[in-house]
Ligand binder design. Sequence first.
Ligand SMILES: C[S@@+](CC[C@H](N)C(=O)[O-])C[C@H]1O[C@@H](n2cnc3c(N)ncnc32)[C@H](O)[C@@H]1O
Length: 246
Amino acid sequence: MPDHLFADPGLAALYDRFHPWRASGDLDFYLPMVLAAESVLDVGCGTGMLLHAARRAGHTGRLCGLDPAAGMLERARTRTDIEWLLGDLGSVPFDREFGLVVMSGHAFQVFVTDEELLTSLAAIRSALTAQGRFAFDTRNPGARAWERWTPDHVKEITDASGALVRMWNEVDTPVTGDVVRFTTKVTSPSWSGPQVSRSTLRFLDTGGLSSFLTEAGLVIAEQFGDWAGNPLTASSPEIITVARRA
Ligand SMILES: C[S@@+](CC[C@H](N)C(=O)[O-])C[C@H]1O[C@@H](n2cnc3c(N)ncnc32)[C@H](O)[C@@H]1O
């Protein structure tokens, strides 16, 4: 997802239309884990869809969403019975407070540099209780999803006024290494021109991911290759990981 595009409150309103509830996907996978945990931190919570669903489903404990995009959080804040924090992991010194830290929707891939990965994982470890779990997903580089991020893979939705809004990505080529840089363009007949934003995502492989987790004092408890819970293979679409303190 192009992060700063949806930082704008008007465009954040379109986010949930482009990314509705992912039944049989990440949100259905994480929701039971959220409901089973007494206290939950959702890092990169976006518009708060997962925590909203948890409250609606009867979660009575602490739910906290953290995101640096003001427009996304503005939408999340339509529910006032959840803590919403504007910022990133560097701005929240949590200490053993959460039974679950979750990052859905490939939000983990926004950590691009080694330093960002290590400081973020250290902050997540520190936020976890002794028995706490960190559940997150990153696209498996073996499935090469960025090769399908082309102008002929357009996503279309209608906005609140019924106007057709189109979104597509254009990847900087050649892609070398595990960092993918791309431009997202969004058009609407009611705008004078396209909205354009730049994003950078890292596609860590399983070996790299496991090294970073180890260095941050975390161990893998479970790992899956897709949302049905199948084992991870070289070409699985996802690397879904549940980690805990070492
Ligand atoms: C692809 S969206 C996923 C949103 C939500 N988790 C979901 O599943 O719909 C990625 C989110 O990560 C947020 N983000 C970007 N940089 C971040 C950072 N350094 N720390 C935490 N969140 C970040 C963005 O603002 C955005 O809301």
